[in-house]
Design a protein around this ligand. Sequence first.
Ligand code: AMP
Ligand code: MN
Ligand code: MN
Ligand code: MN
Length: 281
Amino acid sequence: MSSPINFDFHCHSTVSDGLLPPAQVVARAADRGVSHLALTDHDDIDGLPEARQAAAAAELVLVNGVEISIEWENHPIHVVGLGFDASHPDLVAGLASVRGGRVERARRMGDAFAAIGIPGVFEGAMRHAGNPLLISRSHFARHLVEIGLFKEPRNVFDHYLVPGKPGYVEHRWASLGDAMGWIHAAGGVAVVAHPARYKISNAQMRRFLSDFKDLGGQAIEVVCGSHSPDHVLHYARLARHFAFHASRGSDFHGAGESYVDLGGLPSLPEDLKPVWRLLDL
Ligand code: AMP
Ligand code: MN
Ligand code: MN
Ligand code: MN
């Protein structure tokens, strides 16, 4: 008899802002009972070959994944792509274009910190980046913790790294249509990541989900590392309303930095269609 599916379709490695290399993410997931894992680094799929090798050794099924940074009506939003052909030229070029702006953005963030009397922050953040092209706000947060400004990265976000705070700079990400086009061209399934995290109204969320569906979007994360039990109920209702499949993902970045460990999530509400049904597992 085969064991039940325990899937975790959202996590990060050192290829973006995770703390463990891809092979260690996979080994940890397998140790924690995950049977099907998607590594979903931000805007980069370079961790997939290493993850695939480790998955074969761990007897875990690896699903190709990525978390694309987009903007919709000026709001930063994340769309996860699953089960795509990782060599498809549209996807590969599209992701390269999203990554392209990150170093320049990080320099502007460094300048913003220098302007409030905190020098060397760009260089400090870069030292934390396993992949310099994927320099992210997480690496800035880790540097500011390291120099003793705060105890926890999340405190750095609240004080410095979110809109309206001195270390936040505006940035142009991919459009929703472009990101969906790359995922679909490569044969993948598009999933809205952690919908409760966006600073948009309920009406805007419904409009966003409707745009996403019009562009061929098929799933949303219902159970994820940043969702409370109430969020799960709310997004389960929206999944039913829009006839979306449901995904489940920890958004694990590293022990001590993530509330939820790999595979450490409750099950999806039973009536929802799990997103893995759309994939060739
Ligand atoms: P970036 O893609 O550079 O804008 O960085 C976004 C990343 O920062 C996310 O993927 C999370 O890993 C992390 N992040 C965003 N907001 C917070 C927060 N409030 N607390 C901790 N980490 C956060
Ligand atoms: Mn992240
Ligand atoms: Mn995200
Ligand atoms: Mn994520």
